[in-house]
Design a protein around this ligand. Structure first.
Ligand code: PEP
Ligand code: MG
Length: 610
């Protein structure tokens, strides 16, 4: 999977393959080094590496020699001095605003830096383990915080936050990281992190000269989804890469093939410039079909709509040629804030969306909070297995007032445009009926208060929990549509965590079990006379378009960035030939063969789009 740049262009983009070991060239730090991860968001960025490390994340790990101990200690002491200057500087500015107690705390911060035991312990560990000082210091501090955590005194326990803050500053200096927030920058940067939370990712929204590279994650993790929504190239699943990188190193991130290249040669950069130019040409070509319908060669019409996370994406969505919004992930409205959004704020957002979408529909999904979409405005509950825990509709039913507030907003805003709504993570009939009963209650209250709203709003469900999919025929009688969430459906059906890079090779949507359940859902919907769409990442992946077309889905909803390609793919296909392909795949037990067959088919029809 490791390639030189000339062969990159021919690389077939297979992302469901098992990880290959990284090849790391350590003798010459200026030599070009390639790191293979998982392609998460398309695009190429040439820029400088910026390491983004949180305390909880894994620290770079490097073996050192005995003779390096003195220089590592020197680095450490320098970082302590710089942190001290930084804190004294901050103190000068903020002291007039602090009361005596807070000022004393500030001094306690400074004392941490002068603690002789700290130096002693770091030195001992350096000698014993012969590893880099950042890693040693990280261990020492974590042990210290653990021991404080066990203390009776709440005062001591509360000091953990201060200690972590000081340590973070020290680590930033050790790692040569200029600021705590790497988000303000003018030059192109590639942010490399172990994990980027959604809150981190949201902070780079609108910064076009940015790319992400993370050690964890997969194509369907929400940070990857967000990168695509923002048009930011990204590579995820670059395991253990942090220890090999330095701040400021020149690099190229190739989001098409999941590659991070450090110290690229002129030849490599040239290769990427050619690739970039080819992508731009393709983009221009695809613009010609922007206002055309997504219809197959033999006349099968498919609605092609877009997924929306933040309202700021609306311009990109409509310039992509999308026919409305197939999935609005409303949970993003609740992110990065301490209190839930007021109803009027939510209402304004939905009104904007409803008006912009006309005459097309916008499918508003009630909040799918939970799993990796964590928010601060609800009390956090630690769960051993959050993906199987209280998320989506389960959480909504447990926080009825929050849910009702959202339903009120959706019902009111639906008066202004073609708004439909759907519930996430429905696992069975009772849950659907309970949610609908709350919807009815909200309608009743609005009627009572004489507030105008859309009485006959269409209500659908996400089909993403296998138990609901298995009774799709029964569920279909109670809803207006299905939208298949393949990200979760594949995760739950195959028991493969969608965000776990180490098993991502098993996350195969072409698994015959997946194809069979997809067929069940589509057939059940059609038998009941309702339409069915796909809004998971599969909808935006041209490798699988023949499969989804052949299954007979009515709508595909994808990130705006993929809409032009998918439209072209649909226009190149023949519905009946795709049906034949599906018939073959349904009877093939081998998931890899199915995957290869599907990709080969797509390659044959529209290789340039892959
Ligand atoms: C899905 O599961 O496919 C989906 C679209 O929902 P989300 O990615 O937000 O879980
Ligand atoms: Mg989902």
């Amino acid at each position: 999977m490791l390639a030189d740049c000339s062969s990159l262009i021919d690389f077939d983009g297979v992302q469901f393959m098992k990880h290959q070991p990284l090849i790391v060239v350590r003798e010459d730090s200026k030599k070009e080094r390639h790191y293979q991860g998982i392609a998460a968001a398309p695009g190429i960025l040439e820029g400088k590496i910026m390491l983004h490390l949180a305390m909880e994340q894994s620290m770079p790990l490097r073996k050192i020699q005995k003779i390096d101990i003195a220089s590592e200690m020197e680095r450490f002491e320098k970082a302590l001095r710089l942190t001290q200057q930084e804190l004294l500087e901050i103190k000068k500015h903020v002291i007039p605003c602090l009361d005596a107690h807070e000022a004393a705390l500030f001094d306690a911060h400074l004392l941490v830096l002068e603690d002789p035991d700290l130096l002693k312990e770091v030195l001992e560990l350096l000698r014993r383990d012969l590893i880099n000082v950042e890693h040693v210091f990280d261990i020492v501090i974590k042990q210290f915080c653990d021991s404080l955590n066990k203390k009776e005194s709440s005062y001591l326990r509360e000091r953990i936050v201060d200690i972590k803050d000081v340590s973070r500053r020290i680590l930033n200096h050790l790692l040569g990281k200029p600021k705590l927030q790497p988000i303000d920058h003018d030059e192109p940067i590639i942010i490399v992190a172990n994990t980027l939370t959604l809150s981190d990712a949201v902070m780079v929204y609108g910064k076009k000269q940015t790319a992400f590279a993370t050690e964890t994650g997969s194509q369907t993790s929400h940070t990857a989804i967000l990168a695509r929504a923002f048009g930011i190239p990204a590579v995820v699943g670059l395991r253990h890469v942090l220890g090999e990188l330095k701040n400021g190193e020149p690099a190229v991130l190739d989001g098409y093939h999941g590659l991070l290249i450090i110290n690229p040669t002129y030849k490599s950069v040239g290769g990427y410039q050619l690739m970039h130019a080819a992508q731009q040409d393709l983009h221009k070509d695809l613009e010609k079909i922007r206002d055309m319908p997504a219809t197959t060669q033999d006349g099968r019409r498919i609605t092609l709509s877009a997924n929306l996370e933040l309202p700021g994406e609306l311009d990109d969505i409509f310039s992509s040629g999308a026919e409305g919004i197939g999935l609005y992930r409303t949970e993003f409205l609740y992110l990065n804030r301490l209190t839930p959004p007021e109803e009027e704020e939510q209402y304004e957002v939905l009104c904007t969306i409803a008006k912009r979408c006309r005459p097309y529909h916008a499918i508003v999904r009630t909040f799918d909070i939970g799993a990796d979409k964590l928010i601060y405005c609800l009390p956090s509950v630690k769960e051993v297995n959050p993906s199987l825990g209280c998320r989506g509709i389960r959480l909504a039913l447990q926080h009825k007032e929050l849910f009702k507030a959202q339903l009120r907003v959706i019902l009111r805003a639906a008066k202004l445009g073609n708004i439909r709504m759907m519930y996430p993570m429905i696992s069975g009939i009772e849950e659907l009926r309970e949610a609908n009963a709350i919807l009815e209650e909200v309608k009743q209250e609005l009627r009572h208060k004489k507030i105008s709203f859309k009485e006959d709003i269409e209500v659908g469900i996400m089909m993403e929990v296998p138990s609901a999919a298995m009774i799709a025929d029964l569920m279909a009688r109670e809803v207006s549509f299905f939208s298949i969430g393949t990200n979760d459906l594949v995760q739950y059906l195959t028991s493969v965590d969608r965000g776990n890079e180490s098993i991502s090779y098993l996350y195969n949507p072409a698994h015959p079990g997946v194809i069979r359940i997809l067929k069940m859902i589509v057939d059940a919907a059609h038998a009941a006379g309702i339409w069915v769409g796909v809004c998971g990442e599969l909808a935006g992946d041209p490798r699988f378009t023949p499969l989804l077309v052949g299954l007979g889905v009515n709508e595909l909803s994808a990130s705006a960035i993929f809409i032009p390609r998918i439209k072209k793919a649909i226009q190149s296909l023949d519905f009946s030939t795709c049906q034949d392909l599906v018939a073959q795949m349904l009877n093939e037990g081998n998931a890899t063969k199915n995957y290869n067959r599907c990709v080969a088919f797509a390659h044959n029809e529209y290789g340039a789009l892959l």
